[in-house]
Design a protein around this ligand. Structure first.
Ligand code: CIR
Length: 392
């Protein structure tokens, strides 16, 4: 495993001898990266943007550098920026606005709307294939709380205070569960072995210090302080603290009605809101997230399914990804964004759109996309349904 660089060290390469942001050094690095892969952060670092940055205060220039650190430090970035505080989306809108528009394919004026009115009994997977009886269905939303920095720029003290604030919420929000903290010395601290058990169940996130995107941008700084997971008694609801967003609110339901996972997630979300926490929301972009790819609803909804025929026994996962993309879906391995698929082509399938669609539309898109994807899986099996649609 290659070693990861942390933000404080990585950003030194872009400062002058007085510690001020050196735009020339940033430009030189973007030009160098342009020969390898042009991230959106690179593409939109234009001469006009440079002129605007020159007019910012010293501290906003330092923030601006922080926003780009993930992209400047990774050859494989496709987006290359992370917001460091909710206001970045306004203060740096001259840079982030066109980037968000391109990523989310926004034309003209779009204002994010929300709609959690999702029918139960309509998006039922057994209507697609009777064997889709017990499927692992999951939905999550990203949330950040008003008045706090986003994870790339929280310091250790803020991370610990945020975690403790959430522990208070868990004590009073009316859903039975248990909080497990990774913070050394915390009253709910769990050992590494206990943390690994939660990871084996696909509940807890990985050690963030092994991902250079997360370390170089500051998202993973002060690991493992202020990090942890709350799990409901029935293990269908969970809340991550201190990963890419301050909160990732998750529901996992084994079954076949997509509407039920939404119901479970929405119950958890409103429970947190009732405790008095106010989530950071942008008047145009919807929920504010660290990575601009999640702006809008912040909702990602998926099912785990097996596609042994499209992937030719897991050897051609690229094919499944391509087919999924053509349907507006994203296919990834079960271990997260960059993980591989197994021999049976087990994949996590979710709609890619987050912005300009409501929560209800995300569910509809997943259902309609799966109808087509399972049809293609049957075709790839030569019409023989025996060896397809095997359920996780
Ligand atoms: C990139 O720019 O490629 C990485 N920062 C990852 C972007 C994908 N979105 C995400 O992790 N939420």
């Amino acid at each position: 495993m290659h070693t990861c660089v942390f933000k404080e060290d990585a950003r030194k390469a872009y400062l002058d001898q007085d510690g001020k942001v050196d735009l020339g050094k940033i430009q030189a690095r973007w030009s160098e990266l342009g020969k390898i892969k042009v991230s959106l952060g690179n593409k939109y670092f234009t001469p006009a943007v440079v002129e605007k940055v020159k007019g910012l205060s010293d501290s906003d220039q330092q923030r601006f550098l922080d926003v780009m650190m993930g992209g400047l430090s990774n050859d494989d970035s496709s987006v290359g920026v992370y917001a460091t505080r909710p206001e970045d989306y306004d203060v740096f809108s001259f840079y982030l606005e066109p980037l968000i528009r391109e990523y989310h394919k926004i034309e003209g004026q779009t204002k994010q709307e929300h709609d959690w009115n999702i029918p139960v009994g309509e998006y039922v997977l057994t209507k697609i294939d009777s064997r889709l009886e017990k499927v692992s269905m999951r939905a999550r939303v990203a949330r950040n709380v008003k008045g706090w920095n986003l994870p790339p720029s929280m310091d250790k003290d803020e991370r610990i205070r945020f975690e403790n604030k959430m522990v208070e919420v868990f004590g009073s929000f009316g859903i039975q569960g248990k909080y497990h903290s990774l913070t050394p010395g915390h009253k709910n601290y769990i050992t590494n072995e206990q943390a690994d058990q939660l990871r084996n169940k696909h509940f807890l996130f990985n050690d963030m210090t092994t991902d250079n995107h997360l370390t170089s941008s500051g998202v993973a700084s002060d690991w493992p302080y202020g990090r942890g997971i709350w799990v409901s008694e029935d293990e269908t609801k969970m809340i991550w603290i201190g990963e890419e967003d301050q909160l990732r609110i998750i529901s996992i339901v084994q079954g076949n009605d997509l509407g039920k996972v939404d119901q479970s997630l929405h119950e958890l979300l409103t429970g947190i809101e009732k405790s008095g926490l106010e989530f950071a929301e942008h008047p145009v972009y919807g929920v504010i997230t660290t990575c601009p790819t999640n702006m809008g609803t912040g909702k990602r909804q998926s099912i785990l399914g097996k596609f042994p025929n499209i992937t030719k026994g897991g050897t051609d996962e690229k094919k499944l990804k391509e087919v999924a993309r053509s349907l507006g879906l994203q296919a990834r391995g079960v271990g997260g964004e960059h993980s591989n698929m197994d021999k049976e082509g087990t994949a996590d399938i979710s709609p890619s759109a987050r912005f300009g669609v409501t929560e209800a539309i995300v569910t509809k898109r997943l259902y309609e996309g799966l109808i087509k994807l399972y049809d293609m899986e049957v075709q790839a099996a030569g019409g023989n349904r025996q060896n397809c649609c095997i359920i996780y």
